[in-house]
Write a new protein. Structure first.
Length: 261
DNA sequence: AGTACCACCTGACGGC
DNA sequence: TGCCGTCAGGTGGTAC
């Protein structure tokens, strides 16, 4: 599901396909994905414009339009981008389609329509208004220890809280805790300085590794949980059976043999 | 402040 | 074969 590494790969994909071309047509195929903007306004403000650069904060992708304002993509659970020429390649759940002056198209495909698109004038102000925490790949160790260390609940919920650190969701929080050998429900207050530092290092390592692998699970290291994160999965470290538990309403996967409370 | 639970939304899957 | 309940999970709202 689109978490920080996925969104970063989408951003790189967007950069390599859709920058510096004039948008000749904007086609909103399902209005449910629009947030605080009408079809008319979106079409009017994007037609005949150029996407000039991109940025990302957590799971949010920002696209600068004529260096003036921003188009925000949030991918929800099932969002993705596809760039193509012939309309027979138009993906099944295309909700928003751009056409460029070279005849190619960019589709925002979102099966479950939990993602959304909106226009933003001031990106930093938007991040502030949403009260998002620092981006997981931008935050430094000292800030990480301060903000995670001040939490009272479990470590998994702290890592997934976008207002604490932005970018980590259910799957990557499982991977990070797997790498450091901590139980998902371990209380943050029971963690020492060294543990927080280990979690921080694992977070950076896991996120970079996933981006380098272009989030292709078959390219992940053998020692990673994610390729084995399923019912009946086997721990790649000790052959133990991967367990599932509910943590703040999410299904957490972990290896009980080496991830203890 | 943290957690529990619900809603949004579609499609896959298991049970009968 | 086909219908139904459940689940996936990012986000946001409400209740405790």
């Amino acid at each position: 599901m689109p978490e920080l590494p996925d969104v970063e790969v989408f951003r790189q994909y967007f950069d390599s396909t859709s920058l510096n071309k004039t948008v000749t047509n904007v086609n909103v195929k399902n209005t449910k994905i629009l947030e605080d903007v009408s079809v008319k306004t979106l079409e009017k403000r994007l037609t005949n414009r150029v996407f000039t650069e991109t940025d990302r904060h957590g799971k949010n992708m920002f696209v600068h339009v004529d260096d003036k304002f921003w188009l925000l993509f949030h991918f929800g659970m099932t969002g993705e981008l596809k760039y193509f020429r012939d309309m027979d390649e138009d993906p099944q759940h295309d909700r928003l389609l751009f056409t460029f002056d070279n005849g190619y198209h960019l589709a925002y495909d979102c099966q479950r329509m939990i993602g959304h698109v909106r226009l933003i004038d001031d990106k930093d102000k938007y991040i502030q208004q949403k009260e998002l925490g620092p981006d997981a790949l931008e935050v430094n160790l000292s800030t990480f220890k301060d903000i995670i260390g001040s939490k009272r609940g479990g470590i998994k919920s702290a890592l997934m809280d976008q207002n604490t650190i932005a970018g980590i969701g259910n799957e990557y929080s499982d991977e990070i805790l797997f790498q450091v050998g901590l139980h998902p429900k371990k209380k943050v207050t029971d963690l020492g300085d060294d543990s927080l530092k280990e979690i921080y290092n694992a977070m950076i390592e896991v996120l970079h590794t996933a981006i380098d692998a272009q989030v292709d699970l078959s390219q992940f290291p053998d020692s990673y949980l994610l390729p084995h994160r399923e019912k009946g999965g086997t721990c790649p470290l000790n052959g133990g059976k991967i367990q599932q538990i509910k943590v703040i309403g999410r299904t957490a996967y972990y290896c009980p043999d080496h991830q203890q409370k």
